[in-house]
Design a protein around this ligand. Structure first.
Ligand SMILES: C[S@@+](CC[C@H](N)C(=O)[O-])C[C@H]1O[C@@H](n2cnc3c(N)ncnc32)[C@H](O)[C@@H]1O
Length: 312
């Protein structure tokens, strides 16, 4: 396990136990295991936990962080044969959460009393060398959370036309989307843009911005590429529509997002479910991090938590 990178700070951990009312036998699904902070909170409260994670390295790390009194049954759905013990206490499934419904069916998993999706990469993935997420490192522009995905960030920069690049950059609200797209197309005619530092330098040049500032000038560009490489918006849409029938009466859905576009997808979904009298929103406005959380982790500054309950 690469333990030189500190454990990911789990946003809204207090809200989780408070709102979900964790208790023994509560069935909790953590759809984004990461470094396991939310999963651990539920395990410590005696819940039965199913954790999903797309990145095998993250699974190894989470098991290393979580108290050894909890031993998971780790399942790779591609190779798993047989059935899950009905009295399981913790299962980790190596899978994209877009397969949630079919996993529940295939593995005969119980109804869900509460679930959380904490979107995006973990700090470990961002800071881990060789993954290409960070403008602070110099390495190939990869950005795939799942190595089975076919397209890297460098591929996108190489093949998209100027208009497509501008649309991509606008996904993360990059105000310089159009001039940046123009310069990327010009630059790649001279030499391909394949590394984090090449891209970061190009963005700083176009934005005439310097770092250190409060926020690195390439933040939105890197975020937009990451969102597209990992099909993040498509994944959220696919996931949300599967959840309501899997929840038990009064079951709670929670989504933590880090970008206004993601938050809007979740908000619109909950509004649609309210109109159909399937779910109701616990909070009309998303919950934002406390001052204490902000003082511990700057990354949480854009975090938003939305909660909705299944109508019985
Ligand atoms: C923000 S981190 C979660 C952190 C975690 N809540 C904690 O407390 O440590 C998100 C995790 O979800 C995983 N992930 C992202 N998209 C996923 C998807 N579509 N399916 C399954 N896991 C995903 C990432 O690999 C990453 O490890």
């Amino acid at each position: 396990m690469n333990s030189s990178i500190a454990r990911h700070f789990s946003a809204f951990k207090n809200e989780l136990s408070g709102h979900y009312g964790f208790k023994p036998s509560f069935v909790f699904f953590d759809l984004t295991l990461g470094d396991g902070g939310h999963t651990e909170e539920a395990l410590l409260a005696g819940c039965r936990v199913v954790s999903l994670e797309i990145d095998p390295e993250a699974i190894e790390r989470a098991i290393g962080f979580i108290s050894p009194q909890f031993t998971p049954l780790v399942i790779d759905p591609e190779t798993f044969i047989g059935s899950v013990p009905q009295d399981f206490s913790w299962i980790i499934i190596r899978s994209n959460f877009i397969h949630l419904s079919s996993l529940v069916q295939k593995l005969s998993l119980p109804q869900i009393d509460g679930l959380i999706a904490d979107l995006g990469p973990s700090q470990f993935q961002v800071l881990s060398p060789g993954r290409g997420f960070s403008f602070l490192l110099d390495e190939p522009l990869d950005m795939r959370l799942d190595k089975n995905l076919g397209v890297t960030a460098a591929d996108l920069l190489a093949v998209l036309n100027e208009g497509e690049l501008a649309d991509l950059l606008a996904l993360a609200d990059e105000p310089f989307a159009k001039p940046l797209a123009r310069v990327i197309v010009k630059q790649r005619q001279l030499s391909p843009i394949t590394t984090t530092q090449q891209l970061s330098a190009l963005v700083s040049r176009v934005k005439k911005a310097r770092f250190p500032g409060r926020i690195h000038p390439a933040t939105q560009v890197f975020m937009a590429l990451r969102m597209v490489v990992n099909l993040e918006r498509e994944n959220i849409r696919l996931l949300l529509s599967q959840i309501p029938p899997l929840l038990s009466p009064n079951g709670l859905l929670g989504v933590i997002s880090f970008h206004s576009g993601e938050d809007k997808l979740v908000k619109d979904f909950i509004t649609e479910m309210e109109a159909k009298k399937i779910l109701y929103a616990i909070n009309k406005k998303p919950i934002e991090p406390s001052t204490k959380e902000l003082s511990i982790s700057q990354r949480t500054r854009s975090a938003k938590l939305r909660l909705a309950k299944k109508i019985t």
